[in-house]
Design a protein around this ligand. Structure first.
Ligand code: COA
Length: 532
């Protein structure tokens, strides 16, 4: 047993500065979360309530087990776009009758719960998480279907929503649709493709075409109820398996369906008795310096996240810019890779490659803690084979089969983002701290590269170089890249599953690991050819 010792001095000026910067950033994120929570705003929410309906979040609250936590995913989707933050759908993992389920709830107060490009990406991400981790999916449906002005971006790719539902079903992952209102046109295939359906008396409207469309198409006069009401579907078409008298009844029926699934998790159970970290997670507020150029020791994070602050380091004296080692988190074994001093050299890359292979042999999930500016550049390092060593690490990450979780604590730049299992490398979950930044490179470096290239081009053409124009360009580009590197921007584009308060890290990771263990944990048999 190796208990991590901490050197954090909570009475120091550095700690106070770092904590202040973090608290300010958390406040900004909280503000964005509040926008998502407000849905379509007070008037739309009030109108919805006056219709005797529950909001998406109230439905979720009544669905999940009393006092159980709900891990909301991608709450900042669409941040920075023309659409409402949250993208008119609430997704997350909740516990229903003791079963971890992926819950996807349309928010009918935001543009009638319609799907815009961000809604689609968020819903598809929820399906992906459900599939990889074998989580039953519960859809709480009330949506006007495609957001018509952006139909060109949602209609064709949107078919994947229905495809996913039946593919989940084919894999033995149950799908349940509770229909609270509109579920028309393509939306009718949400209940249509689900294993179990519940419809609400005089509320559900499930039809391919509503009354006006039917009139136009065939001349037939028909009303909502005869085309797609709960009563009709429960007694005549057979599309409704259960008839609910009202919304709470539908949620009760949803719970009873889950109870009868006889759901068994396929991954190993966690250790029964778990010790809390010896160092307080509260202190995570002041671990990341306000200026990311100042390095910090990731062991201080590990000490505040893993059980008993017990961390067995692997190769601690080799490739010391990357900390690797074994721990347990809420009783689940994990291998951790954490950047220490920003840059990844050949030694770190080789160490990571070996460590990832060991984790696959031991069938141990991996946690990547990002704070990297990327792989080392320069003649010495190129000659030393940094490309082939970085490629080794990326090969190992890409072909590793054990579940990965990524957490962006600070920088996550360049190919370092890839090697540390960035978004494109399919981590089961990826969260950011408010202090995170991710881009192809730092803003100053990126602006500088453009400037050098421009200067060389002017010289080659024999033209004078516009120094003032260059300075203005650099400033504009730096500002733009800085804004595009920030966690809310990245979260808005669905490049992470959420921005979390560092103090919640242990809880969030514990919930993720628990969800992950619904699926079997298996290591890779094969990796790509390692270039030696
Ligand atoms: N695309 C884009 N915006 C839509 C929309 C759609 N498909 N459906 C509704 N909206 C917008 C409305 O314009 C309105 O915007 P506003 O808040 O700026 O005024 C807002 O969503 C709420 O619509 P409203 O009709 O007031 O809400 P409602 O709760 O009474 O009814 C619907 C919601 C979804 C039942 C109703 O709007 C509707 O039938 N929409 C068309 C559905 C459709 O045909 N979809 C195509 C399926 S592929």
């Amino acid at each position: 047993m190796t208990i991590v010792k901490s050197a954090v001095d909570t009475s120091s000026g550095e700690y106070a500065d770092a904590a202040k910067a973090m608290v300010d950033k958390i406040a900004e994120v909280d503000e964005a979360h509040a926008t998502a929570l407000a849905g379509g705003g007070p008037s739309k929410v009030e109108r919805h309530r006056k219709r005797g309906k529950l909001t998406a979040r109230e439905r979720i609250e009544l669905l999940v087990d009393e006092d159980s936590p709900f891990l909301e995913l991608c709450p900042l989707a669409a941040w920075g776009s023309d659409f409402q933050v949250g993208a008119s759908v609430v997704t997350g993992i909740g516990v229903v009758e003791g079963v971890e389920c992926m819950i996807v709830a349309n928010d009918p107060t935001v543009r009638g719960g319609t799907s815009n490009p961000w809604t689609l990406r968020k819903s598809l991400r929820a399906n992906e998480i459900a599939e990889k981790n074998r989580l039953p999916v519960i859809s709480l449906v009330e949506s006007g279907g495609a957001d018509l002005p952006t139909q060109k971006e949602v209609f064709i790719p949107g078919g994947a929503l229905f495809r996913d539902l039946t593919r989940l079903s084919a894999q033995g992952i149950p799908t349940i649709a509770l229909v609270f209102g509109n579920s028309t046109a393509g939306g009718a295939y949400i209940p249509g493709m689900s294993d179990h359906t519940v419809m609400v008396k005089e509320r559900s409207k499930v039809f391919l075409g509503g009354p006006p469309l039917v009139k136009m198409a065939t001349g037939e006069d028909a009303d909502d109820e005869s085309l797609g009401g709960a009563d009709m579907h429960a007694t005549t078409s057979g599309l409704a398996d259960h008839f609910a008298v009202d919304e709470p009844d539908a949620l009760r029926l949803g719970r009873s369906i889950v109870k009868r699934l006889n759901w068994r998790k396929k991954g190993p159970a966690p250790r029964a008795e778990v010790r809390e970290p010896r160092h307080s997670p509260e202190e995570l507020l002041g671990v990341v310096p306000a200026d990311l150029k100042v390095p910090f020791n990731p062991r201080e994070v590990i000490a505040r996240v893993v059980d008993d602050s017990d961390f067995d380091e692997f190769k601690p004296r080799y490739g010391s810019s990357l900390v690797t080692g074994w721990a347990e988190l809420h009783g689940y074994p994990v291998g951790i890779l954490a950047n220490a001093r920003g840059v990844l050299f050949s030694e770190e890359s080789q160490k990571a490659t070996q460590f990832i292979q060991l984790a696959n042999r031991a069938e141990t999930p991996l946690l990547f803690l990002h704070n990297t500016t990327g792989y080392m550049v320069g003649a010495e390092y190129e000659q030393g084979g940094i490309i082939k060593h970085g490629a080794m690490m990326i090969n190992a990450v890409s072909n590793s089969k054990v579940p990965h979780i990524s957490l962006l604590m600070g920088s996550s730049y360049g190919a370092g983002h890839y090697g540390m299992c960035g978004r494109a490398y399919d981590p089961r979950f990826l969260f950011s701290w408010p202090s995170a930044k991710s881009a192809v490179m730092g803003p100053a470096q990126l602006a500088g590269v453009i400037s050098i290239v421009g200067r060389a081009a002017a010289e080659a053409k024999g033209q004078p170089f516009d120094e003032a124009g260059d300075a203005a360009m650099r400033e504009a580009v730096e500002n733009q890249i800085e804004a595009e590197s920030l966690p809310m921007f990245l979260s808005g584009r669905l490049y992470d599953d959420g921005v979390i308060d560092p103090r919640d890290t242990r809880t969030v990771l514990g919930m993720c690991l628990s969800a992950i263990h619904n699926a079997p944990i298996e290591g890779a048999e094969n990796f790509g050819v390692f270039r030696m």
